[in-house]
Design a protein around this ligand. Sequence first.
Ligand code: SF4
Ligand code: SF4
Ligand code: FES
Length: 493
Amino acid sequence: MPKVHINGKEIEVAEGTRLIDAFLQNQEEIAHYCYHPGLSVAGVCRLCMVEIEGNPRPQIACNTIVQDGMKVTNKSESIKESVKWVLDFHLINHPLDCPICDQAGECELQEQYMKFGQYDPEMGERKVKKRKVVDLGSKIVLDTERCILCSRCVRFTDEVTKTKELGIFNRGDHAEIGTFEDKPLNNNYAVNTVDICPVGALTSKDFRFKQRVWYLQDKETICPGCSTGCSVKAYYNEKGYFRLKPAFNEDNNGYWMCDEGRALYRHANKEERLLQAQVKADDGSSHMAPGAATKKLAAEIQGLDKQKVAVVVTGQYTNEEYDQLISEWLKPAAIQQVYHWKNKEDEWGDFDGLLLRRDRNPNSKGLQDRLQKASLVNDWSQLEKNLEAGQVDCLVVIGPEIQAYYDDMQDKLKLFQKAKKVIWLSSNPVENLVADYHIPMKTYLEKDGTFVNYSGKEQKIQKMQNIVSQALSLSDFAYLIAGKEIPLTGAAS
Ligand code: SF4
Ligand code: SF4
Ligand code: FES
């Protein structure tokens, strides 16, 4: 392993490490815009200047591989001066937009100016005006004035999605980012360009002007949008959830996530949620607290023939919840009729070549394993037969959290109507649902637990904040339906 001195400290790095990564891995600050570890090296911003002992001229650290014995610094006066004036060049034509720019608060231009710039500008020329609010498609807006031409977005569409929508057009101070022949930037990974844009040149239509980033906190979790299980960060405050961004996960998603997955914070917000349990009564339907409704249901189920109680489960809950469901309710109550409702069964293994998988459930594997261990695997056709024959007195549907991915939802609703009593569990209202009980559930952003992705990797989700405080986890439901109280601690919720 080569040894290198960085700002006077000797460190060991892996063979082939870039100097810039040696700095970053050792918490040494180094200015940079164009370098991104998930893309090829462009070396265009010239900010990552370093002095290498024995080398008469400053070098860029992103395009230099560490050699054994190198002595490198970016703390010398001449390097500090170079970085300062390179920053000045970047800012010559940059507009003074910060008060209205969506990137403020997480802008690398602001941050790097404060760390490495702080010069008195010496440029007397007027700023070149360029196009603002350029529509790049359904998801992204471009402000060409703010762009510093780092080319990260171009490299992303060239190298990662290979869709090649973006390019740099014109020359000199008239150079600007744009799309070829106005082909919109609408691919399913397009918003990653917004994440990697170091300035406010690319902004997401979904997020812009909704919140200042300093009013948001974030936590890492797992996207529930498909069985890939990308690591993501959810951003939220007391008003709700505002956006998801990818979090680096070497095995799964690298630095990226898909745009479909990015939308999976909206259904967790209050305006889209089922807030109270809906219980069918003789004179219409009434609203109840979810816990009270489940207790009432438990009393009704007590008297039923358990052979005629069926449970339909989807792969959108955590391992811990399935475990509690089985151990607290299904096993003690000797309920055998348990069925796994899969979406897009025929496309189980389909993959878009980048991240997205057609099994649009985060935990099909976890569910399958648990049903198998508990000997609760039944053929779906058996449920259909029992329903047709009027043999199901009560059907409990542990419904999908992300309903949009269940193309067969309306067909299944019709099928399930054949049960004498239908109980539906879900975080959100369901179109055309006719149920005796509809119980509100927590979303993936409101509970801790484990998902198992397509490859069998266990990954943790974590609770951020409750939006519907009374909503139940599946574990809570399992206790209540079994006639027990929810334990104050120890329950996976
Ligand atoms: S739009 Fe952003 S990512 Fe693209 S070249 Fe300009 S600054 Fe870089
Ligand atoms: S690929 Fe799947 S897990 Fe990853 S962000 Fe998209 S929907 Fe979510
Ligand atoms: S980060 Fe090295 S030249 Fe841009």
